[in-house]
Design a protein around this ligand. Structure first.
Ligand code: PLP
Length: 384
């Protein structure tokens, strides 16, 4: 099988991830607890280890500022719903995944916030458009680092500077960039960043993280309260990080795999991983350029791209049909449709059918991309 759906979740995982999952499940799969028995302490150490690795890779202020979540959606909801107050103005973009758009739209519909959605141009948001939309009442700007539909990398450095200058908080959805685009929280004035562990950090599903920077202290409220494996006498959630936001038994097995995935990414180097995927996509772009029935959605700029690419398909056939043919006749897994990001598809004119998205990973080969291109050519030739 040729797996080109790494933007949804990465597959296969690097070998050390499978080994870590197996080892942990056999030796340390206890409920983490600071005051417990040796196995519980070993499980707790695994969580600490993952926080340290995250803090090193993204150069955060302290490991305890990394909240381990169930996925990216979990972290984004915690951040958005924990921060906004009635009457706040929030800015976002038309590139967002539903994990950002839906909580914000629900808050807007309930009359809690005023929402401004900035339009992208050919897949890129202009930092100046966001800066110009900031008002005295703007409390939060939420945007994706890279579009999960188009793969286009957004100018978060410039946006971060403008948001900080205005005194608002900046939340970045790094679902498509964490692990492939270097991000330094020491250098960039980003207040919160959320990502899944199961995409380009190569953990299993059910893992993710949210970084809560110092400017959120005292402002971000927990939305899930419960046991923290430590001081049980307190009647309310402890204020200590990360426990303030981590009630309940965490996915410690998944985190053991995630820690191994992060170590693998550090070893390979995010820039190198991105370069490999973009090189493979360049082949597809070159083929599309030679075939007028097909088009790349958004502007292709290899210097500002991650490993996801959306194709507008020829008239007379839908992305869903092509996805099904690729799956059933060629054993190739891609993602057709709207990719949980309806606003950008509407803006591109690709709604309601969407596009055909392919997303290679670190183990995808040139030969597999050639087979994918051959399959597209065959499907086009047989459809018309
Ligand atoms: C840009 C973006 N944000 C958020 C998410 C949601 O991630 P998860 O499924 O881990 O909640 C995705 C998933 O595809 C994504 O691509």
């Amino acid at each position: 099988m040729i797996y080109l759906d790494n933007a949804a979740t990465s597959f296969p995982k690097p070998e050390p991830v499978y080994q870590a999952l197996d080892r942990f499940a056999r030796t340390s799969l206890a409920n983490p607890g600071r005051a417990g028995h040796r196995m519980a302490i070993a499980a707790e150490r695994t969580l600490d280890d993952a926080r340290h690795k995250l803090n090193q890779l993204f150069e955060g202020e302290a490991p305890e500022r990394w909240i381990l979540t169930l996925n990216c959606t979990d972290g984004l909801n915690l951040a958005i719903k924990g921060l906004v107050r009635p009457g706040d103005h929030v800015i976002t973009t038309d590139l967002e995944h539903n994990s950002v758009s839906r909580p914000l739209r629900a808050l807007e519909k309930a009359g809690v916030i005023r929402l401004t959605r900035i339009a992208s141009v050919e897949g890129y948001v202009r930092a100046g458009d966001i800066a110009a939309a900031i008002t005295d009442g703007t409390s939060l700007v939420v945007m994706t680092h890279a579009s999960n539909v188009l793969g286009t990398v957004q100018p978060i450095e410039e946006v971060a500077t403008a948001v900080r200058k205005a005194g608002a908080l900046f939340l970045v959805d790094a679902a498509q960039s964490a692990g492939v685009v270097p991000i330094s929280l020491r250098e960039l004035p980003i207040d919160l960043i959320a990502f899944p562990g199961h995409k380009a950090l190569y953990g299993p599903t059910g893992t993710g993280a949210l970084y809560v920077g110092p400017r959120t202290d005292g402002k971000l409220r927990p939305w899930r309260e419960g046991g923290t494996g430590g001081d049980s006498s307190s009647e309310v959630q402890p204020t200590l990080l990360p426990y303030l936001f981590e009630g309940g038994t965490p996915n410690v097995l998944g985190v053991a795999g995630l820690a191994a995935g992060i170590a693998w990414v550090v070893d390979q180097g995010p820039a190198r991983l991105r370069a490999h995927e973009v090189e493979l996509l360049q082949e597809v772009v070159d083929w599309v350029d030679r075939n007028e029935d097909w088009q790349v959605a958004g502007r292709w700029d290899p210097a500002r791209h991650v490993g996801a690419l959306s194709l507008r398909v020829p008239a007379g056939i839908t992305p869903q049909d092509i996805g099904t043919i690729l799956d059933t006749s060629f054993d190739i897994a891609v993602r057709p449709g709207l990719h949980c990001a309806p606003y950008i598809h509407r803006a591109l004119g690709t709604a309601p059918d969407g596009t055909l998205r392919l997303s290679p990973g670190p183990f995808t080969t040139r030969a597999e991309i050639d087979l994918f291109i051959g399959a597209l050519a065959e499907i086009s030739a047989n459809s018309f």
